[in-house]
Design a protein around this ligand. Structure first.
Ligand code: NDP
Length: 243
């Protein structure tokens, strides 16, 4: 069992889905975990249910708010060992139907939000010269997907945030990795028809869609000392879907 006792962790978008499962996995391993969501009372409720130390309101598109919150968590707990930049949105549309507002919202949340979070995490970790960051990419960031041009572009950017930050921060003892989930059953994919879900499961060598816990356990590995020599990687968690 991975041991994260004594570690302080922050998970953005920890109110549901993969983020909430990650909070649970980190708490189970003994970490002190703070989670965030856009609505403070929802975040507080999620934190209480998951055994997290706190649930805080945060919109990751607000760079100043991200910086203040991350600094505050590190100050309150004396350090910050782990940050999972998980918050993200997905708005599907065929090329001709993509709305400009959807482009801004997706890039602001997925790219700028992840960047703000990684930047603030690095600042908090540099003092102690140790830390582990995981960002949420996607298989579509590597392979593209019809009807998901904006989302795929945003996730390609997220993967390269991980690679670039890993190169920059490695000598300071900070590791940065990405996970690239396939189709995971959460609110994000709830809009998929049963037919589309069955089709995706059928194309997956492991024969099923993923669960939030499938991804959370890989994130837990990546932030643990078991992954001490792993950085700058984009690790697929997709049941073999892209093979
Ligand atoms: P959910 O829609 O279930 O959860 C998204 C989380 O992000 C919520 O906790 C939400 O919090 C938070 N969030 C959204 N926008 C913001 C924002 N602007 N500021 C702060 N928090 C925000 O998604 P999943 O759990 O499925 O996805 C989690 C991550 O994994 C995302 O980055 C997603 O792109 C990625 N991913 C998911 C896949 C899947 O198949 N599910 C596949 C590949 C990648 P709240 O609403 O409470 O504010």
């Amino acid at each position: 069992m991975t041991d994260l006792a004594g570690r302080v962790a922050l998970v953005t978008g920890g109110t549901r889905g993969i983020g909430l499962a990650t909070v649970g996995a980190l708490v189970e391993a003994g970490a002190t975990v703070v989670l965030t969501g856009r609505d403070e009372s929802t975040a507080k409720e999620a934190a209480a249910a998951a055994g997290a130390a706190a649930g805080l309101g945060l919109d990751v598109t607000d760079a100043k708010a991200v910086s203040t919150l991350v600094r505050g968590v590190a100050k309150e707990h004396g350090k910050l060992d782990v940050v999972v930049a998980n918050a993200g949105i997905m708005e599907d549309a065929l090329l001709g139907m993509i709305r400009a507002e959807s482009v801004s919202a997706t890039l602001d949340t997925n790219v700028a939000g992840t960047l703000h979070t990684v930047q603030a995490a690095a600042r908090a970790m540099l003092r102690k010269k140790t830390g582990a960051i995981v960002v949420l990419a996607s298989i579509v960031g590597e392979h593209g997907s019809a009807g998901q041009t904006v989302y795929a572009a945003s996730k390609a950017a997220v993967a390269n945030i991980a690679r670039s930050a890993a190169k920059e921060l490695g000598r300071s003892g900070i590791r940065v990795n990405a996970v690239a989930p396939g189709v995971i059953e959460t609110d994000l994919t709830a809009g998929l028809s049963d037919e589309a879900k069955a089709e995706n499961a059928g194309r997956t060598p492991l024969g099923r869609l993923g669960t939030p816990e499938d991804v959370a356990k890989v994130i837990r590995f990546l932030v643990s000392d078991d992954a001490a020599y792993v950085t700058g990687q984009v690790l697929g968690v997709d049941g073999g879907l892209v093979l």
